[in-house]
Design a protein around this ligand. Structure first.
Ligand code: MG
Length: 335
C-alpha cells in the first residue's frame, strides 16, 4: 500500500459523508499517473504554491494601493488568512482540509494589479472581447497562463472552487463553500483592521449593531462568525451564517462599503489606475510580438487581446508602474 492509499483510506474512514474525497475526484483534464506520496488535492496545493502567480500575490494590492506600511494586508496575506479560516471550518465540519487549502490558496491568483480598481479597469478595456473578472481569471491562470500556456492541470474540484469563490456563485463542493464564506469573513475583518490602522475610521465608529452581535475586535468577530458557521452548518449540505448573525454580517459589509471601499481618501488614486493599465494594454495590443515568449502559445490560440490581458492581469502593482514608466515616461538624460 502506498502512502497516498493510506491517506485515501483515512479520508474514507474519518471525513464526513458530505466531504469530497481525493480518491473520488472527478479528475484532471489531462490524465496523469497518481503520486505515491500525495493525494490528488495535496498535489494541487503544491502545484499552486510553486507557481509564479502565487509568488506574485506578495506584491499585489488588497485594498490599499501599494501601501508603504509593513502591516497592511497584501493579496498574499489575505490568501493565507482565508486559508486558515476555511481550514478551521472545514476541519470542524469533517470536510476535506486539503481540498479547502488548495481552493483557498488559488482563489485570488487572477487578481489584477491595484486590486478591484485594476479589475474594473481591465473589464472596461476588455469590454468588446469578453470582459474581465478576477475569479474567471483565477481559473484561467491555473488552466492556461501558468506553464507557458499549458496550465497546472488541477482537479475538477479545485478548479470549480476557484472559479466559484465569489458569494454570488455556487461551488459544487462544501469545501468550495467554506472558502467562499471565509473569503468574505476574512476580508471584512482585515480590511477593517487596515482601515483603522490607516486612520480612516476608529474601532469605536463601527456601529453598535455590528460590535454587539459579532464582537468589538477583529479576533472576536472572526471567532464569533467561525463558531456560528460551524454550529449552523454541521451535518448540513449547505454552509451558512445563522439568521441571527446574518444581519450584522451584512451590515458590516455595508459599513465598509460606505466608509472604506468607496472612501475618496483610500480610493483617490483609482482614476490613475485605468490610465496606467489602459496605456500598457494598448501598447502591447498594438505590438503583440513584444509580449514575453511565454505568452506566444496563448496569443496564437486565444488571440492577442486575451494574451495581452493575461500579461497585464498577472503584473504586480510595482511591475505595472515600472512598465508604464519604461514605455511612456522619458528617462532623465545623464551625462
Ligand atoms: Mg479573496
Amino acid at each position: 500500500m502506498t502512502y497516498r492509499e493510506i491517506f485515501e483510506r483515512r479520508e474514507a474512514d474519518a471525513l464526513s459523508p458530505l466531504a469530497s474525497r481525493a480518491a473520488e475526484t472527478r479528475g484532471r483534464a489531462r490524465r496523469e499517473p497518481e503520486s505515491d506520496v500525495r493525494t490528488a488535492f495535496q498535489r494541487d496545493i503544491d502545484r499552486i504554491t510553486h507557481s509564479k502567480s502565487f509568488r506574485r500575490l506578495v506584491h499585489k494590492t488588497q485594498v490599499f494601493l501599494k501601501p508603504e506600511g509593513d502591516h497592511y494586508r497584501t493579496r498574499m496575506t489575505h490568501t493565507l488568512e482565508v486559508s486558515r479560516v476555511a481550514r478551521t471550518i472545514s476541519r470542524a465540519l469533517g470536510l476535506n482540509e486539503d481540498l479547502t487549502e488548495a481552493i483557498a490558496i488559488g482563489h485570488d491568483l487572477g487578481h489584477a494589479p491595484f486590486g478591484h480598481a485594476g479589475e474594473r479597469a481591465l473589464n472596461e478595456i476588455m469590454s468588446a472581447s469578453g470582459g474581465f473578472a478576477h475569479n474567471e481569471q483565477s481559473l484561467r491562470v491555473v488552466d492556461r497562463v501558468e506553464k507557458d500556456g499549458a496550465g497546472l492541470n488541477l482537479t475538477f474540484e479545485v478548479r470549480d472552487g476557484i472559479r466559484n469563490h465569489p458569494h454570488t456563485e455556487t461551488p459544487a463542493t462544501l469545501e468550495g463553500a467554506a472558502v467562499s464564506l471565509s473569503d468574505r469573513l476574512a476580508y471584512l475583518n482585515h480590511d477593517a483592521d487596515d482601515a483603522i490602522r490607516a486612520g480612516i475610521f476608529t474601532e469605536e465608529e463601527v456601529p453598535g449593531e455590528i460590535s454587539c452581535a459579532l464582537g468589538g475586535t477583529g479576533s472576536e468577530r472572526i471567532d464569533t462568525l467561525v463558531r456560528d458557521i460551524i454550529e449552523e452548518s454541521y451535518g448540513k449540505s449547505e454552509l451558512s451564517v445563522s439568521p441571527k448573525l446574518k444581519m450584522a454580517f451584512d451590515a458590516f459589509y455595508e459599513f465598509l462599503r460606505g466608509r472604506l471601499y468607496t472612501n475618496p481618501r483610500a480610493k483617490s488614486e483609482e482614476a490613475k489606475v485605468y490610465g496606467i493599465l489602459n496605456g500598457i494594454y494598448a501598447y502591447y495590443a498594438g505590438n503583440p510580438s513584444l509580449l514575453p515568449p511565454e505568452f506566444s502559445l496563448i496569443a496564437r490560440e486565444d488571440g492577442a487581446a486575451r494574451a495581452v490581458c493575461d500579461y497585464v492581469a498577472g503584473m504586480t502593482d510595482g511591475y505595472a508602474l515600472r512598465t508604464y514608466e519604461r514605455l511612456f515616461v522619458p528617462s532623465v538624460w545623464r551625462e
